[in-house]
Design a protein around this ligand. Structure first.
Ligand SMILES: [Zn+2]
Length: 307
């Protein structure tokens, strides 16, 4: 049971919203590609493990003489299992403790990075009786590594069924909840990138983004109340418009107006007017805001009352 899920910081939200609409500079582009690749791996691990009964936290960052980040923490049977997810794909060689890709990219010892986080986690829960167990998970099924002799701290995709089975019948105790609540309380969202370079809105491509393939290729299906993308994704038209409004806010497009929404969605004015009437209230001339009742966004943390 996930009590905390990953949440994007403002900078990541911004580059995700700007991606494909304008040419990103080299730095933003690199951060974006790395983020998306990493997130795809974490998303896969999340989906594979989300039906487990033990307490689970996704993405906890703690300030402890420098910040340390834990991808996944599972609490079960007097232990905290810490999983660091790596989404490397393709063929690698293992040389002198480093992973070297076919293209010659070298990834420095991933195990020492894991052990640093493991040490910090042990410090963090020192006053409890919980034992810490840390593993690197190479989540991508296509990842192959030549010269690898095996390591007890490393798991590959084909070993995950065993891991999932292990947690299947976990029983959650009050103490587990207390520890989860403590860890969530320690979490700090930090903007590790520090800066957002805002690109000119007027030069951006104004089309609707598909949340599945992330391309600007979501289209309104004529005379129907839904949108679809050639990747196979479909959704209700109103949900698409809500997402567009979110993106416009992140991109700092300015006040919410009917003309703005028509321009950024390509939908006809009547459709936008119907949406506005249902979900928005009029502010000053031509400007609208979402009604408070529809504003509530999905929370990324969930902590039941401990009785
Ligand atoms: Zn798509």
């Amino acid at each position: 049971m996930f009590l905390k899920k990953h949440a994007q910081d403002t900078y990541i939200k911004y580059i995700l919203a700007a991606d494909g609409r304008i040419l990103l500079d080299e730095y933003d582009d690199r951060v974006l590609r790395n983020y998306v690749k990493g997130l795809d791996g974490e998303q896969l691990f999340y989906e594979m493990t989300q039906s487990l009964s033990c307490l689970q936290l996704w993405d906890v960052s703690v300030e402890m003489k420098g910040s340390v980040q834990f991808d996944f923490l599972f609490i079960s049977d007097g232990r905290i299992y810490h999983f660091e997810i790596k989404n490397f794909s393709g063929n690698y060689s293992f040389m002198h403790g480093n992973l070297v890709s076919e293209h010659g990219y070298v990834y420095k010892d991933v195990l020492s990075q894991l052990m640093r986080a493991d040490y910090k986690l042990k410090e963090l829960v020192r006053s409890t009786r919980y034992e810490v167990i840390s593993r690197v998970v190479f989540i991508n099924p296509s990842f192959r590594v030549e010269g690898w002799r095996g390591h007890s701290n490393v798991l590959f995709h084909h070993q995950l069924d065993g891991v999932i089975d292990y947690f299947k019948n976990s029983e959650v105790t009050r103490e587990d909840y207390e520890l989860a609540a403590y860890l969530i309380k320690q979490h700090r969202t930090h903007n590790k990138y520090q800066r957002i370079k805002y690109y000119p809105v007027t030069e951006m491509k104004k089309e609707m983004r598909c949340p599945k393939c992330r391309k600007l290729s979501l289209c309104h299906v004529k005379n129907m109340h839904y949108t679809s993308c050639y990747c196979g994704y479909t959704e209700k038209l109103d949900s698409t418009i809500f997402r567009v409004i979110d993106e416009l806010e992140i991109l700092k497009v300015g006040p919410l107006k009917i003309t703005t929404l028509v321009e950024w969605t390509g939908l006809n004015r009547k459709t936008i007017e119907r949406f506005m009437q249902k979900y928005c209230e009029r502010q000053e001339k031509y400007c609208y805001s979402l009604k408070n009742v529809v504003k509530t966004k999905e929370s990324t943390t969930f902590l039941p009352e401990i009785t």
